[in-house]
Design a protein around this ligand. Sequence first.
Ligand code: UDP
Length: 240
Amino acid sequence: SIITNSNLSTGTETSARADGRAFDELRPLKIEAGVLERADGSAYVEMGGNKVLAAVYGPRELHIRRIMMPNKAVLRCKYNMAPFSVDDRKRPGPDRRSVEISKITSEALTPAVFLEKFPRSTIDVFIEVLEAEGGTRCAGITAASVALADAGVPMRDIVVACAAGKSNGQVVMDLSEVEDKEGEADLPIAMMPRTGEITLLQMDGHLTGEEFEKALDLAVEGCKRISEEQKKAIKNRYGD
Ligand code: UDP
């Protein structure tokens, strides 16, 4: 159910990772397609303690001439964190961080979508973070892509996102919130798994060249595993 909580780490374990995961292990993952009635497409993703909803509206006619494209659709993304999604209440409304994440989400998804099929239109993607535990931008992109597929938007591939990084001196897959905040580096990526094309790559912190290669490999591996769950979620919704 939406409200069950994942095992939160006490941080006292002797394992290298606070939550006891292996360096190349994802947090528990759950993906469901078609969870909202009014949206044209929707998805719900749980990744560890992250709980994220994505809703897609469109393609539909765009009346705002300033942003309308005569030969293709625009893909507008809005990432929002609920005030109750984090320990310290988050001040409602857009801030620098959510504006940035909205922009990079749109850029991560755009290469996969056949926007040229819908001139003068918009496809609107809303991402709502209900609970956050590190890696919400990746969970949001993963959810948005399933929601786009659920909406029947024609795409080259289902974009998927996963982070890797360095925490406690170790390069690890899918950073948790503590690993993200106290760790040495965070490397979120998004990709089109079919071609391996990377559509988002951000990095926070410091990695040597060798560590970067290792983190990138782990993030790609994480993406491939999450991609399988995305496909299962879409199959569950529509049968084979
Ligand atoms: N976070 C928070 N308050 C905020 C923003 C973020 O507690 O206002 C937490 C949240 O758990 C988030 C994590 O910090 O997942 C890491 O945030 P970051 O900006 O690195 O983005 P994310 O990893 O979620 O994509």
